[in-house]
Design a protein around this ligand. Sequence first.
Ligand code: GLV
Ligand code: MN
Ligand code: MN
Length: 411
Amino acid sequence: MAPQIDPERLLSDLKTLRSFGACGNGVVRQSFSDVDMAARRWLAERMVEAGLETRIDGVGNVIGRAPNDGRALLMGSHTDTQPRGGWLDGALGVIYALEAARALADDRASAHLPLDIASWMDEEGSYLGCLGSASFTETVGDDEIRRATNPDGRSVAAALDAVGLADEAPARLEPERHSAYLEAHIEQGPVLEAEGKRIGVVTSIVGVRTLTLAFSGQQNHAGTTPMALRRDAGDALIVLAAKLREALSALLAERTVFTIGRVVFDPGTDSIIPGRAEMSLQFRDSDEARLDRMAAAVHRLIEEANQAGPVRVELAESSKLEGAPMDRGLQDHLAAAAERHAPGAWIRMPSGAAHDAQIFARRIPSAMVFVPSIGGISHDFTEDTADADIVLGCQVLASAAAEILAGLNAS
Ligand code: GLV
Ligand code: MN
Ligand code: MN
């Protein structure tokens, strides 16, 4: 018998977590905000109740360590959200981990197994994408993390100070204990729903490059400045954005995507020629070589724009997250659990969203499982998943966790 999750307890905890920062159907709970920290303290209390040794570490990660020795499985996701986020992005995987820990502890055959769980700080990158998992795995140095800033220019060091964590030590991956990482998440896309499936076993996670392009021209009067004499930063942005769209479109593979998610004109008013403008450009693919070719195309077009003038364009890399394949053995455990609880209703699929699991994959075998997103919508207040799918996904995860842990600790 697999450990049995408690559907009511699971749904009730998810709904309580949703209430921290609730905004209509969605949630606004950005890293280090008051509601984010209140949610972390609430989660820490649930972990203590579940019998876990619990701490909030020196970057805000909430970590519950099982009081069992042996080769541990680590499981988690994130509870911070996008500036206008959905209620399940990240939260689902964290509450699944909590429920899996409780189900294993209540199961005679699994109660001795070490399942450690966590909510990683700032996966959504208000300061630095996957900050908490990067700190835990030491794939980004403490100084770089502390220097990272949010769009208001506030540093992680200042945020830690404000929430009273400046003197806490960061928790670290323990290679002799933490033997594998599992994360569950909503799909955030349309594939499972379109295929009529209920579980996705993730094969790989995309790489993500995010660039900032800053345009400097001359702010001036919109009525008196002849067209030929303008140094219009906004106009230069629009022209270059169109050229970028054409060049990047020529480099797309089936799942390559690019997005201009942010455009700012300064001062941004009707009768002033913008003196400055800024845009973000993000592109994603699982093939790093393709991302390199896309980056080269961006560099070439910026060079051409600067040669042509009259507006200066500067490029900065805001973030670079490498893609990662998921561990085949762990995938097979998830697939076996999916087949057991939802025969024929699961598929293997890549992830187009970034996740903490791609950070863990650099250090230990890692894998992910998805449940469907209604209408394929995410990073939006309307994001949702059917209760029956939420319950099924958690049961699949708990069953797979018990099997993986039993295998890790078989002597
Ligand atoms: C994660 O939220 C992503 O943007 O992929
Ligand atoms: Mn997200
Ligand atoms: Mn997420």
